[in-house]
Design a protein around this ligand. Structure first.
Ligand SMILES: [Zn+2]
Length: 229
């Protein structure tokens, strides 16, 4: 089970570079601290909708992802090249199969990904594709799937979507500083307060999620599926 067996093999499937830190950066560091193997998979390059120089910006985003992974203790990130903010233009099966190919390389037991109700379309597709790629058929190594919250996407979900109600929290009291340092690597994606994607707001969310569970700081997840073999 989550945080029980060690060393565990963890895969984080994020739509864009920076989602992994916003959603579960402290938890990544916590896994790394206990000797778990943490791989990061990014489905898009994260630059398509911004109108900047694609080549330079792809390089900058990937460089930031490498720097953030180093701070958190994760392995070298892997990048797929699906179109940013247009994941819904790709056949879902193609996304699923790309994720399945990564999952086949190692007996991952826990996968973190996006909440299905996020405003961002890429986040929605990532969540849906992971659910299928990790379906619990006989021989499936993945025993737990959790979805994380991403400030400026999860709380901006449409009103007809059932609000996210995280039911699993991880204390990141000893990892909050590394989470915020990893966010510094993505300075180009951050905003000034009171934007939800500011250092202040991210810290405040970690404080609130911690307060809900008796920790100084926490990250909160929705348990999508879990089973104990
Ligand atoms: Zn994103």
């Amino acid at each position: 089970m989550i945080f029980a067996d060690s060393p565990a093999n963890i895969l984080v499937v994020a739509a864009h570079p920076d989602d992994e830190v916003l959603g579960c950066g402290g938890t990544i560091a916590r896994h790394a601290d206990r000797g778990d193997h943490v791989d990061l998979l990014f489905l898009t390059d994260g630059v398509g909708a911004r109108g900047e120089s694609p080549v330079a910006t792809v390089g900058a985003r990937q460089e930031a992802a490498h720097a953030a992974a180093g701070i958190l203790g994760a392995q070298t990130p892997q990048f797929l090249d699906f179109p940013d903010n247009r994941l819904d233009s790709v056949d879902l099966l193609d996304v699923i199969q790309a994720i399945e190919a990564v999952l086949a390389a190692r007996p991952y037991d826990t996968v973190y990904t996006h909440w299905e109700g996020d405003l961002n379309i890429d986040h929605q597709v990532a969540s849906r594709a992971v659910r299928t790629a990790t379906r619990p058929v006989p021989g499936q190594s993945v025993r737990a799937v959790l979805s994380f919250e991403v400030p400026s996407s999860s709380e901006w979900a449409f009103s007809d979507v059932v609000p996210e109600s995280p039911n699993f929290a991880v204390s990141i009291a000893d990892q909050i500083d590394r989470k915020l340092a990893a966010l510094d690597a993505y300075a180009m994606e951050m905003h000034d307060p009171p934007h939800p994607r500011s250092q202040e707001a991210v810290r405040a969310l970690a404080t609130w999620r911690g307060a809900q569970h008796g920790f100084a700081f926490a990250e909160a997840f929705t348990l999508v599926r879990a089973a104990h073999a």
